[in-house]
Structure formats: C-alpha cells, structure tokens
Design a protein around this ligand. Structure first.
Ligand code: AMP
Ligand code: ZN
Length: 471
C-alpha cells in the first residue's frame, strides 16, 4: 500500500497521489514565521512535521518543491520595529537570520523558496487578486477604506474547519472595529493605512495601506507554485481563519480547487496549555540549547510523537531524547568498528528488508512512533547478534547502509563527521601517547581537546569523541 495522509478537509485518511502528470512532482506550501521575535519550539514542532513529511515523500521517490512564506509585515512586526526605532525591513532582517540559524540547528531541510510578503512582486500579486475578488462581488471596500472578503458570497466558507457560518466569532487577527463589515466573519484583504502604521504603506486602487495576512499566502503560493497545490500544511491553529481564508481567496479567483491535501499538526503543549507567545509559556530554541541540549536532541524530542497527537514539552522528555540518541550512537559505533574489520565469515543480514518496514510505518500517515519503535527493535536485535558474534563486517556494513537510508528521513546521525581537523589531530596524538604509555601527556591532550569543546572517553573499543554540551 502507498502513502496515506489524514486530510483536514475530509477528516479522513486518503491515499496520496500527486497532481502532476508524471505522478512524481509534489507542490507543497507551508506557512512560515512572522518575523517579529524568535520562533518558539512549538512553531518548530510544526516545521519539523513538515520536514518529516517532505523527507518521507523524497524517500518514496517524489520530487518535492516546497515554498515557505516569511510574514514580514503585520501589526506585530510594525509595532516591534517602531519600539526598536528601526525601519521595518531592518527590524525583521535580524529575526529572519535567527530563524534560518534555528532551522539549520534542527536539521530542517531548506525549502526551495522563502518569499517575503513585502517583496514588490508579491504585493502586486496580492493587489491583483483583491481586484479580481472585488470584480466578482467576493470583496468590498468598507467605510474605513479597508477591503474585506464577503464570506456570504462564498458558500463553501467554513468547510475546511467544519464550521457553521452563523457560529463565527471574530478572531484576533481581524481589526476590532467590526462595525464597518457586513458580516463579523468577513476578513481584511487590504488594510487601510492608519497612523499606527507609520511609514509602512503601499499604494493601491483603494488607497494607501497594506495587505492582510491571509492574502499574502494565497498570492505567494499561486505565484510560485501555480493555481493548484498538492499539499498545504501548518499547525491546527492555522485551520481557521487562516487556511479557510486562503481557500476562499484563491478559489474565488481561480475557480479551481486550491489544495488537494490539507495537513495540520497538533500543538506542542506546556502544562496542558498550547505553547504560545501570547501565553508567555514558551521556550525558544536558544532557551533549550542554553540548558546544554543540542539541536539534534530537540529535533528528536519534537519529532518522536505522531504529528496529530498533542505533545507535552518537558525536560524529562529532553533527557529521554538524549538517551535515545545515545543508544543510536553506541549502536552505530559498534557497527562501524565491526564494519572496519576484515571479513572472515559471510553472515547475511536482513537489512534490505528493513527499509520497507520503516518506510511502511511512515506511509501510514507518518506514523513516526511506529517507525522509531521499529528502529529500536532493530537496534536491540543487532546488538544481541553483535554480542553473540553473529554479525560480521559485511553484515555490519549492510546495517550501516540501512541506517544511511532511513537517516535521510530522520536526520539524526551523530556529529562524528564534523569533528574539526585540529581535534582529530589531538586525538591521534593522544593515541600515540597512550601507546607509548605517556599517561601525563595523554591527560594533557584530553584537556586540550576539552578546551576545544570536545570530550574524549576511553572505551574498550578505543577513544570516543563527543561534543560537550550545546552545539
Ligand atoms: P505563527 O508565527 O503564529 O503564525 O506560527 C507559525 C507556525 O507554527 C504555524 O504553522 C502555527 O500553526 C505553528 N504553531 C504555533 N504554535 C504552535 C504550537 N504550540 N505547537 C505547534 N505548532 C504551533
Ligand atoms: Zn499562511
């Protein structure tokens, strides 16, 4: 059976099929950060779910083209830049930089494109879409000079969220002066300039102003990926109103189904509440790294639970992540040692069959807990076989190849490869010193290695080098 994913639209598991003629290309859009401060690790749970999805699609042979937008203009970015006394672009630039550093620390694969909402070509596309919506009676300019989407003329509005229009409440992202709107659920497409916006404004047929948040994504997604996408993702809080609005705007313009599969991840929680800036109960990635954890440990901790299940963030969870990774590292170290030996026997390994079982688990709506369960069962089994001398060099190599394949999805490999040459040279010198029984020199070299941020441990298999503390 092929890949099946849970669609928020149908609320059912559906078989995944690419819209492309070749059946291989996948167009994927993921809502990105609003760059007014550091993203918190709840946000990164969403980005890690998307990363897992992309990597698994690629393991299955799909060719993914992914776009993630950067929201660099909204109330929060404008307010932040004013408080910092900086032009908007300068203010958001520093948070963009930090965002990319965090992505790298978490080993999240870069999207193909990161369009920013303030780029002129995108603002022009937003204005063009709004004009089309007005021409089709799907939008109107209100007395406050802002332009709103008219939800009563879009009969399927509410279908993604499974909402009844009459139940709609106003949400935080919509301006408070609702009296200008025809319906409380009508949302802003273009926000007329007011004094609080300072120097931030674009000219439009409806006067000076700035685009609403929802239209940004509709315009950038269609401009960069076309009118129809395979997959659109975000956290569950994006379902309404953001993604509902994206559907209304885009389909209102194109008359075609905008997205084939809508996928949303559950929240990262802290003490039973959603981790959110507004609640003040959040950790940034930097907060967690400052406690001595590595990006890879955070990656594991946020990824190990199925994306549709809520995940509670705890420090015990971080410790468990550390231990799980140590088990993987030790297993790989044992296999590497074994693989380096000459072949004396020809034992077979069933490693080839195992890639399928791992990927099959992920085919089931990204069932990562089953996939990881399978990995650890494999680790237990091969460790036992290693203890019993039932793994030879060829079998160990086959297991290492297997790991390499599944690690294209997990991206959890240790950092051995990135040991800097000066550290490798010191380790080699220490090996020589120990062979010559120069223990004092060996200890000095260990200290020297430590000052460079690495720890050397002597094990029965020789010296082991690990990174000390945070990355
Ligand atoms: P925002 O910057 O609030 O637009 O959020 C960026 C992304 O992170 C969106 O896809 C949100 O749905 C997602 N997100 C926000 N908070 C959480 C959380 N606590 N857990 C998981 N995803 C979240
Ligand atoms: Zn979006």
């Amino acid at each position: 059976m092929g890949l099946r994913v849970f669609s928020t639209y149908s609320r059912e598991l559906e078989e995944f099929r690419s819209l492309a003629k070749d059946g291989r290309a996948v167009k994927m859009y993921t809502c990105g950060p609003t760059v007014y401060s550091y993203a918190h690790i709840g946000n990164f749970r969403a980005y890690l779910f998307e990363d897992l999805l992309q990597r698994h699609l690629e393991l299955r042979g799909f060719k993914v083209h992914r776009v993630m937008n950067i929201t660099d203009v909204d109330d929060k970015t404008i307010r932040g830049s004013q408080e910092a006394g900086l032009p908007l672009s300068e203010f958001t630039e520093s948070f963009k930089r930090v965002f990319f550093e965090d992505l790298d620390a978490l080993r999240i694969k870069r999207a193909d494109e990161y369009p920013a909402a303030t780029e002129e070509r995108h603002v022009a596309a937003m204005i063009a879409m709004i004009a089309t919506l007005i021409a089709r009676d799907l939008a109107y300019q209100a007395e406050d000079k802002s332009v709103y989407f008219r939800i009563k003329n879009f009969p399927t509005y509410g279908k993604l969220a499974h909402f009844n229009l009459d139940e709609l409440q106003s949400t935080g992202r919509v301006k408070n002066d609702e009296y200008d709107k025809e319906h409380v659920g009508d949302f802003a497409l273009w926000k007329a300039w007011d004094e609080a916006d300072g120097a931030v404004a674009w000219e439009s047929p409806w006067g000076r102003g700035r685009p609403g948040w929802h239209i940004e994504c509709s315009a950038m997604a269609t401009q960069l990926l076309g009118e129809q996408l395979d997959i659109h993702c975000g956290g569950v809080d994006n379902i309404f109103p953001h993604h509902e609005a994206e559907i209304a705007q885009t389909e209102g313009c194109t008359g075609k189904q905008f997205v084939r599969y809508w996928m949303h991840c559950a929240h990262l929680m802290v003490d039973g509440q959603k981790m959110a800036k507004s609640l003040g109960n959040f950790y940034t990635l930097r907060d967690v790294l400052a406690k001595g954890y590595t990006g890879r440990e955070v990656r594991y901790a946020l990824m190990r639970v199925h994306y549709r299940a809520q995940l509670n963030f705890t420090w015990e969870g971080m410790e468990e992540a550390r231990q799980a990774l140590a088990r993987i590292d030790d297993w790989l170290a044992r296999l590497r040692t074994k693989a380096g030996e000459e072949n004396v026997e020809r034992l077979t390994s069933n490693a080839e069959h195992r890639t399928d079982a791992f990927a099959d688990a992920l085919d089931d709506d990204l069932n990562i807990s089953a996939a990881l369960g399978f990995l650890f069962e494999t680790i237990r089994g091969t460790n036992r076989a290693l203890d019993a001398g039932a793994v030879d060099a060829a079998a160990a190599r086959a297991w290492l190849d297997w790991w390499q394949q599944i690690d294209t999805v997990l991206a959890l490999a240790g950092e051995e490869a990135s040991i800097p040459p000066e550290v490798t040279a010191l380790v080699e010198a220490r090996t020589q010193a120990r062979l010559a029984k120069e223990w004092r020199k060996s200890d000095e070299l260990r200290d020297e290695i430590a000052t460079l941020g690495w720890e050397v441990r002597d094990t029965k298999d020789g010296q082991k080098i690990t990174r000390r503390g945070a990355v």
